[in-house]
Write a protein that binds this ligand. Structure first.
Ligand code: NAD
Length: 258
């Protein structure tokens, strides 16, 4: 029988805003498989929500980390080094773009909006990885980030976030190549639309959900639990031969020809 046992593995999960977050679904699966968790929140406002959620994953560390502030990433790395000594799993479920940059004309995106979206949503993957690499390289590990179809297709209203996802997916491949010799795997899950805080910032998201359900092979939308299970697979030894890939958890939407 094949079982997934992550006991003895340490997992840093970034991007849990609330119980709907895709990274929370992955965190729950990792916890059930026995991994030790550290959950990070982006700012003081989210602290109590995350502390309340963490009750469901006993023993989890809850730390602040705003990826636009390197000092907070270093503080997390330092704390994990002190408490755990090594890191085997990193979940990057972080994205942000200003509301005004997700509305209106993509062509008119201001420089600061473009830079902010790419900084938080794409650059943070390599920046965080770099800062925890001494811990990840100790025993080898696995990284999963979350992407969306707009990385490779034009999706209405996705605007600058599509650019960020394209950079994110290329970063996955480049990191996978570079970290392979350290036995660190890097993959992305490209998820179909799920109603979360971030998703609700996309203009016309409800319509997107409807179209997705109509046009996907499975004739429905995905659940966050399905992202959680795919994350668990990619972060476990079952996926030991997989790196640099983008795995679609989209109910068979992308592969359709219409
Ligand atoms: P979410 O709002 O629950 O998660 C986004 C997270 O990013 C939040 O926890 C937020 O605090 C964090 N974040 C934003 N700025 C940050 C910063 N400066 N520092 C640290 N963290 C910061 O929404 P979600 O849908 O779970 O999003 C998670 C990931 O999944 C994102 O990369 C998103 O693009 C991707 N994704 C979502 C969908 C969807 O339909 N929900 C589909 C495909 C991909």
């Amino acid at each position: 029988m094949v079982t997934i046992d992550l006991s003895g593995r340490n997992a840093l999960v970034m991007g849990v805003a609330n119980h709907r977050s895709l990274s929370w679904a992955i965190a729950r699966c990792l916890h059930q498989a026995g991994a030790r968790l550290c959950l990070t929140y982006a700012g003081e406002r989210l602290k109590s929500t995350l502390e309340d959620l963490a009750v469901e994953t006993p023993g989890a560390l809850v730390l602040e980390c705003d990826v636009t502030r390197d000092a907070t990433i270093d503080a997390v790395a330092e704390r994990l080094g002190r408490e755990w000594g090594s890191l085997e799993i990193l979940v990057h479920g972080i994205a942000f773009a200003r509301k005004e940059d997700l509305e209106g004309a993509f062509v008119a995106t201001p420089r600061e909006g473009f830079q902010l979206a790419l900084d938080v949503s794409a650059y943070s993957l390599l920046n965080v990885t770099n800062r925890v690499l001494p811990l990840l390289a100790k025993r080898g590990g696995a990284i999963v980030t979350l992407s969306y179809l707009a990385a490779e297709r034009a999706v209405p209203a996705y605007n600058v976030m599509g650019s960020a996802k394209a950079v994110l997916e290329q970063s996955v491949r480049q990191l996978a190549y570079e970290l392979g010799p350290k036995s660190v795997r890097v993959n992305a899950i490209s998820a179909g639309p799920v109603s979360t805080l971030a998703a609700r910032g996309i203009h016309g998201f409800t319509d997107m959900l409807k179209k997705h359900a109509e046009r996907s092979a499975l004739k429905r939308n995905i659940t966050k639990e399905e992202v959680g299970k795919a994350g668990l697979f990619l972060l476990s030894d079952l996926a030991s031969g997989i790196t640099g890939e983008v795995i679609y958890v989209d109910a068979g939407y992308r592969m359709m020809g219409w």
